[in-house]
Structure formats: structure tokens, C-alpha cells
Ligand binder design. Structure first.
Ligand code: ZN
Length: 156
């Protein structure tokens, strides 16, 4: 087995694990920001809840239904952004977006993305890019909105 396919298997394992046991999967009663995301191409739905304290994400959670990639992506996203400042979240989002939308044969820098690098493989499946980025778009919409005026984002 080449190291390339070993790496791919490892990535797949992480995604399957987060799909089966999603982290931070709950409704947050005291969220001060939230948004709903919908990916009509695949049927994925996600609601992202955020408790923002100053410019730091004190707590973040999600609920929803969808394919393994959308759920694992939301799970890994919540793990990655918890405790981060809005500036750091923005940097992570830009890095993630660049990684999943760049051509498969292009080298992308994933070192700063930590575990999020497991989604580098979706570049080879353009229809799954929206599954992987749905939770991120919902998070961005949530941060711009309050919990009372919940935003709805669609990847279409
Ligand atoms: Zn999907």
C-alpha cells in the first residue's frame, strides 16, 4: 500500500468516526447566534448554534441531517473553532474554502488546518464540496446574525 492510500484511509476513518459520533451535536439553549444551512443538491440540513463572548467563540454546536461528509464536516468544524477568536475563525474558513475548491492536482497548504485537512479529498468530487462547506457557510451566517433573527443560508 502506498503512503498516499494509507493517508486516504486514515482520512476516511476520521470522517466516518465524526459521522457516527458527531462532536458538539446538540441544541444550544443559550446560543446568541444561530443559522440554518441547506444544501439542496444533496439534501443536507444543518443548524449551527454559537455563544459568542466578545470576539471569541465560547461555545458552538450543531444539529441537522445529511450525508456523512456534511455531518463530519460540521462536527470537525465545531471542534476547530471552539475557543477561537473571530479573526482566527475567518482564517480557518478561508483556508478550508481554498483547500476544498482548488483543483485536485494543485498543492494546497493544509498544515494550518489541523484535522480539517481530512477534507482535502473532496476536491476530487465537486458535488461533495458543498456538503463539506455547508456548516462553514452556516457558521459565517450565524456570526453575522443574532439568535432571534435566524439566518437561512443555501449553498445554491
Ligand atoms: Zn451531502
Amino acid at each position: 500500500m502506498s503512503s498516499d492510500s494509507e493517508l486516504r484511509d486514515l482520512y476516511q476513518e476520521v470522517i466516518l468516526d465524526h459521522n457516527k459520533r458527531p462532536r458538539n451535536y446538540r441544541v444550544m439553549e443559550d446560543a446568541n447566534h444561530r443559522a440554518d444551512g441547506h444544501n439542496p443538491l444533496c439534501g443536507d440540513r444543518v443548524t449551527v448554534f454559537v455563544r459568542l463572548a466578545g470576539d471569541r467563540i465560547e461555545d458552538v454546536s450543531f444539529q441537522g441531517s445529511g450525508c456523512a461528509i456534511s455531518k463530519a464536516s460540521a462536527s470537525l468544524m465545531t471542534d476547530s473553532v471552539k475557543g477561537q477568536s473571530l479573526g482566527d475563525v475567518d482564517t480557518l474558513f478561508q483556508g478550508f474554502q481554498t483547500m476544498v475548491t482548488s483543483p485536485p492536482d494543485m498543492d494546497v497548504e493544509t498544515g494550518s488546518l489541523g484535522k480539517l485537512a481530512v477534507f482535502a479529498g473532496v476536491r476530487e468530487f465537486p458535488s461533495r464540496v458543498k456538503c463539506a462547506s455547508l456548516a462553514w457557510h452556516a457558521l459565517r451566517a450565524a456570526l453575522k446574525d443574532s439568535a432571534k433573527a435566524s439566518a437561512i443560508v443555501s449553498t445554491e
